[in-house]
Design a protein around this ligand. Structure first.
Ligand code: NAD
Length: 262
């Protein structure tokens, strides 16, 4: 048993936690007895999740550093400490590269990449105050390991998240920090983003994930967000750098890790 096997009473923050994967993570953490702060830009969805899960909802725009700093302040004011931060908020529209406007690029990078940077900047110093443990989990995507068509800006943002988390984890470990970092690598999960991808076919013969995202003939199964929550809880205990949700991606993640370390 590590100290992190017992999560009861510790505090977690989940951005983008009012729906989808973030909500699944939040609900699993609540079941483990954690104090959970859900941060989201969607106030109506936050109201629902507060009522359904018994979390503290804080309206937050992760693209805005001041908003994320206010989230950190609200968390400390309510619970006095923070142990786990899941930088999970993300957006995922798709279009061929030559149809993406600069505005599309900015929006995608501001939410998916700057949102993570703001989360790390605001919470890392607070996590480092802990004497027992602290953990950051940043959400990337399996699309980084097998980039599909029409997801150019999305893949760029998620590749950056993977890269910065790999470096962060290595730096924290080298410094002997009490804080560790992981990158969540979801495959298809039943959420709003996944639904929008499925409804916009990437090829003439079917929706993106239904057809063949990897080029090797596999059809992926969709997970429920709560299953991702369970995987996150498992990973917190053992300082694992990669948290791939689908077995198909464990080999690729392991290979990437081997290359980084060599
Ligand atoms: P979702 O749309 O259900 O949830 C995303 C949440 O982020 C929403 O509640 C939304 O309101 C919130 N959000 C959006 N912009 C925000 C902002 N500026 N500030 C604060 N909150 C904001 O989608 P999801 O599938 O649960 O996505 C969660 C994460 O998982 C994303 O980072 C996504 O890229 C990643 N992901 C999802 C899949 C999948 O198959 N669903 C696969 C790979 C990666």
């Amino acid at each position: 048993m590590t100290q992190r096997d017992d999560l009861a009473g510790a505090t977690a923050v989940v951005t983008g936690g009012a729906s989808g994967i973030g909500r699944g993570i939040a609900s699993t953490l609540v079941e483990r007895g954690m104090n959970v702060v859900v941060a989201d830009i969607d106030r109506d969805a936050l109201d629902r999740v507060e009522g359904e899960l018994g979390v503290l909802g804080v309206t937050t725009d992760v693209t805005d550093a001041d908003s994320v700093a206010a989230l950190a302040e609200a968390t400390m004011a309510e619970f006095g400490a923070v142990h786990l931060v899941c930088n999970n908020a993300g957006v995922g529209p798709m279009a061929p590269m030559n149809q993406l406007t600069l505005e599309d690029w900015r929006w995608m990078l501001e939410v998916n990449l700057w949102g993570v940077i703001h989360g790390v900047d605001a919470f890392l110093p607070l996590l480092e105050r802990n004497t027992d443990w602290g953990h950051i989990i940043n959400t990337s995507s399996m699309s980084v390991l097998a980039p599909p068509p029409r997801l150019g800006a999305y893949v760029a943002s998620k590749a950056a998240v993977m890269g910065l988390t790999e470096v962060l984890a290595a730096e924290l470990e080298a410094a002997g920090s009490v804080v560790s970092a992981s990158v969540l690598i979801p495959g298809p999960v039943r959420t709003n983003i996944a639904a929008s991808l499925r409804h916009r076919p990437a090829t003439s013969n079917g929706a993106l994930f239904d057809v063949d995202i990897s080029g090797n003939g596999k059809n992926f199964r969709f997970l429920d967000p709560e299953q991702v929550g369970e995987l996150v809880v498992e990973a917190i205990g053992d300082r694992r750098l990669y948290i791939p949700t689908h077995g198909e991606w464990r080999t690729q993640a392991a290979e990437r890790h081997r290359r980084i370390q060599s």
